[in-house]
Write a protein that binds this ligand. Structure first.
Ligand code: B12
Ligand code: SF4
Length: 446
């Protein structure tokens, strides 16, 4: 229950509207599938665009079926469909748009509406009349993002989001982005939309958008849904300056990389701007694995960034990944000990899975086992043969949690804290023993 509206669709909506097209945006976050199906029966326009990502496949396939029954032309976009062009076309999609959507979608809709030739539109894939897949490479991206209008928040019921936040967390949040694309090459990260490009918006325009958000929705905080918020120091300082001029200080949460946060001025700027929590993709405490992932970050940078942020009252959240590459028990030990030493305020773990199109997928293609049929699952069902059992990763989580808690309690004064620390340390030891005992359990044996 930390929902955010779909920024990609909202950007498309405002872009098309700016060019005189009529757009209806169906936001499925709080809606029932049947509401969409009812709409499909009543709608006068017969073109349906759908956002796809790693989690949406079975839903998208059902919706395509229903839309086709109602005579719709279906266009797919977003990070997932670009990776499975043939599969989605074979399941009834008419067109797939790869990459940034604004211009390509407009061109396609314009051509369809005016009976023009679509064959040369960059970034689209479709079956031609001879049942051959035509897949045009994506065109050059516009250099500047500043010609795009702000996302069409008016097309979505933002109040529902604010209410959901308020009732679950006693606070409310609105998201925005200040940049698109990330030039880093972490092997497991999907770059199917923006490639390895990186474009930033004008800081003045971003400050204007934030000011508008505050005036219109008055959220208690904002989330910058950028990939790496502090990637460009000069930009950050200009943005901070633009906020200062407007006397805007809205508490915010965002994501970055440790190596882009070791500069004291960056941390001072974040604190001054109102950052109360920053998430770092730490991924592992094993430098060997970090290097294998091409993270280009050192454990010491993660330590330094965390301490510098916490010193300024900024909470640090940490994402961690089990099961990457040939992870061994010693790598898990290393992660457990490093997380305890670094002591982030929150940490979340996941088990690595190869997303199609990534370097991680390519390097492991021979070792991938598919546990669900394509139409029933997602890339999360692509299991590497070296992946260990779910039990193994549950023990790893318990070991991590207990050891970190034991270390935290160990630093506290008082007999009670010491007693609890001892108990947690015992838990950690048992979990470590169970983990070691489960080492030979492979996922597919489970
Ligand atoms: C914000 C975010 C989230 C938020 C989503 C909030 C929300 N509702 O927006 C949260 C934290 C919930 C989240 C969760 C997850 N996310 Co996420 N997330 C992002 C992030 C950082 C930004 C998304 C965004 O707003 N982008 C900006 C807009 C402008 O870009 P866009 O959405 O891609 O839209 C453009 C194009 O795709 C295209 N387009 C989009 N829709 C359509 C539709 C049509 C018809 C057309 C023609 C074009 C088109 O045009 C748009 C404008 O140019 C992206 C990375 C990224 N930078 O994009 C990852 C990303 C989308 N997430 C990803 C993943 C893996 C996940 C999770 C599965 C993680 C997990 N293991 O749980 C979950 C899935 C949750 C779910 N149920 O869907 C992957 C998806 C990979 C893939 N191949 O599908 C990405 C790409 C990260 C990555 N680099 O690996 N995520
Ligand atoms: S994980 Fe983050 S830093 Fe690495 S490539 Fe993806 S977005 Fe960039």
């Amino acid at each position: 229950m930390r929902p955010h509206p779909p920024l990609g669709l909202m950007y498309l909506s405002s872009y098309l509207k700016q060019r005189g097209m009529t757009v209806e945006l169906f936001d499925s976050t709080f809606a029932l599938r049947q509401q969409l199906y009812d709409l499909l029966e009543q709608a006068s326009s017969k073109i349906l665009g759908l956002y796809t990502n790693l989690m949406t496949r079975p839903s998208i396939l059902d919706i395509i079926k229903q839309a086709k029954k109602n005579g719709f032309t279906v266009i797919l976009g977003g990070p997932e469909s670009a990776n499975y062009i043939k599969e989605y076309l074979d399941h009834g999609a008419d067109y797939i748009i790869s990459g940034e959507g604004e211009h390509t979608l407009f061109e396609l809709l314009y051509a369809l509406h005016n009976g023009k030739n679509i064959c040369n539109i960059s970034g689209i894939s479709f079956y031609d009349k001879s049942h051959k897949i035509i897949s045009n490479p994506t065109g050059a991206l516009p250099k500047s993002l500043d010609d795009y209008p702000w996302p069409d928040r008016e097309a979505v019921n933002i109040q529902q989001y604010l209410d959901a936040w308020q009732s679950h967390h006693g606070e409310s949040c609105v998201s925005m982005i200040t940049a698109r694309g990330c030039p880093f090459k972490c092997t497991w990260c999907s770059h199917s939309v923006f490639g390895f490009t990186h474009r930033r918006r004008d800081p003045i325009d971003c400050a204007d958008e934030l000011q508008h958000i505050v005036k219109r929705y008055n959220p208690s905080h904002v989330w910058y849904a950028d990939d790496v918020f502090t990637i460009h120091y000069k930009w950050l300082y200009s943005y901070a300056e633009a906020l200062r001029e407007r006397e805007l200080k809205v508490p915010f949460e965002t994501i970055s990389r440790a190596d882009r946060m070791t500069n004291e001025k960056v941390l001072d700027t974040l604190a001054e701007m109102g950052c109360y929590r920053i998430w770092i993709g730490a991924e592992s405490g094993s430098q060997r694995l970090l290097d294998h992932m091409q993270r280009r970050v050192t454990i010491e940078q993660i330590f330094e960034a965390t301490k510098q942020a916490q010193k300024r009252g900024i909470q640090v959240g940490m994402f961690l990944m089990w099961g990457y590459g040939d992870e061994q028990l010693e790598d898990i030990d290393e992660t457990v000990h490093q997380v305890a030493r670094i002591n982030p305020d929150i940490f979340l773990t996941t088990v690595a899975y190869p997303i199609k199109g990534t370097r991680f997928y390519q390097d492991n293609e021979q070792a991938i086992n598919v546990v669900n049929q394509w139409h029933e699952g997602s890339d999360r069902d692509l299991i590497l043969s070296q992946r260990r059992s779910p039990r193994y990763y549950r023990f790893a989580n318990r070991y991590l949690k207990s050891h970190v808690e034991a270390t935290r309690l160990g630093h506290q004064a008082g007999i009670e804290a010491k007693r609890k620390a001892k108990m947690k340390a015992k838990h950690a030891k048992w979990s470590r023993a169970l983990l070691a005992a489960a080492e030979d359990e492979k996922h597919l044996d489970d």
